[in-house]
Design a protein around this ligand. Structure first.
Ligand SMILES: NC(=O)c1ccc[n+]([C@@H]2O[C@H](COP(=O)([O-])OP(=O)(O)OC[C@H]3O[C@@H](n4cnc5c(N)ncnc54)[C@H](OP(=O)(O)O)[C@@H]3O)[C@@H](O)[C@H]2O)c1
Length: 343
């Protein structure tokens, strides 16, 4: 059930900081009057909420690339919404916008803080809150700018069937790389192989990852696109070739706590004069229009495959977060906050 849109705003506030997995008890749901935009502002009805794994990190006291989420305030949320009332000439009612609308139905923001979305016919609106936004930019720029691959090189991708990973694998193939994807479970590996055309896949849940890496990458690995961390990351670093590169995009296995990294493998970076570099998508926003334009063309022509999983209603947010950390998400995990149509 979606929220009662005509009466009050429904807001999910962080009530306490999780120490492990996120639960319903960490949130308080409140209701407030629907906000009115001031001069230069617009009122947005949020349609889709992105559930990125890093949402869990924002709940910690420690600063990430966002300041820590203050307790008692509306949970930070990356949203796509529709403008319903505008006091700025750059946006009109009916326009779709991406922004940080939060985990709530309605939000008000200065027009300059929102990004207008112009959906192309035939491309689902939800794709603009996923593959044709942060995930796509992350995959494309992380691989090309940090990984700097050359045709013929070997690329290994972790969380390879995920929203970022599956794009990295396919972009890697387009660049002429030998791509090895590591994912959890036969269904995800089958989708990568059959739908995305990634012939070398490793199911880390049922296969001997080290043995399969040795068989698939006998000369070693040129580029690692790392999304997960933990023991598999150590195996990948240990197999780097001379001057290899590790794109450190995320360490999802550690976000709920518990998993720590074995630093012994890092000596390989010394021995192989290799490079590991953190990637942060906000450093690449200047390439947004160019990269999203390329990806949109591929998506529209079917040359880039992606999956979007949508759960209905803000009340499914906790379940959606859990799905991402249990590998249950099939591609980008979204929560639908309200209906797409203008009212
Ligand atoms: N640096 C940046 O600017 C930036 C931007 C966007 C995303 N990211 C990072 O990119 C990575 C992927 O994000 P995404 O949004 O594309 O998510 P995703 O890959 O669609 O979903 C997360 C996947 O990670 C795997 N996973 C989750 N918990 C795990 C665990 N404990 N151990 C092993 N694998 C686990 C699962 O895949 P399996 O079922 O295959 O295990 C799960 O489906 C994350 O690390 C995220 O933080 C970084």
């Amino acid at each position: 059930m979606n929220a009662p849109l005509d009466t009050l705003n429904v807001q999910w506030r962080l009530a306490s900081r999780p120490t492990g997995e996120v639960g319903r008890e960490h949130f308080e749901v409140t209701r407030a009057p629907i906000p009115e935009p001031g001069p230069g502002e617009v009122r947005v009805r949020n349609l889709y909420l992105l559930i990125p794994p890093s949402m869990r990190l924002w709940m910690n006291e420690k600063e990430t690339y966002f300041p820590p989420q203050p307790l008692g305030e509306v949970m930070t949320g990356i949203t796509l919404g529709i403008v319903e009332s505008s006091r700025d000439p750059s946006l009109a009612p009916g326009d779709y916008v991406n922004g940080l609308g939060g985990c709530q139905v309605w939000s008000v923001a200065p027009a300059g803080q929102l990004q207008k979305v112009r959906p192309r016919p035939g491309v689902p609106l939800a794709a603009y809150r996923s593959v044709l936004d942060v995930q796509g930019l992350t995959a494309y720029c992380g691989l090309t700018e940090i990984g700097r691959p050359k045709a013929g090189e070997t690329l290994v991708v972790t969380a390879a069937a995920g929203s970022v990973g599956s794009l990295v694998c396919q972009i890697g193939k387009k660049l002429g790389l030998k791509v090895v994807g590591i994912a959890g479970g036969s269904e995800k590996c089958g989708w990568l192989r059959d739908e995305c055309g990634i012939e070398h896949v490793i199911d880390y849940k049922s296969e001997d990852v080290a043995a399969r890496l040795d068989a698939l990458c006998p000369e070693g690995i040129d580029v690692v696109y790392e999304n997960v961390g933990g023991p598999v990351m150590d195996m990948l670093i240990e197999r780097l070739r001379f001057k290899g590169r590790v794109v450190l995009c995320g360490l999802v296995s550690s976000y709920n706590g518990g998993v720590t990294q074995n630093t012994a493998s890092l000596m390989t970076l010394v021995n192989k004069a290799a490079r590991m570099e953190g990637f942060l998508v906000s450093e690449y926003l200047h390439r947004y229009d160019e990269v999203v334009g390329i990806l949109q063309e591929w998506v529209a022509t079917g040359a880039l495959k992606y999956q979007i999983e949508v759960l209905d209603g803000l009340e499914s947010m906790v379940e959606a977060i859990g799905r991402v950390f249990h590998g249950k998400n099939r591609g980008v995990q979204l929560v639908k906050i309200s209906d797409e149509e203008a009212r």
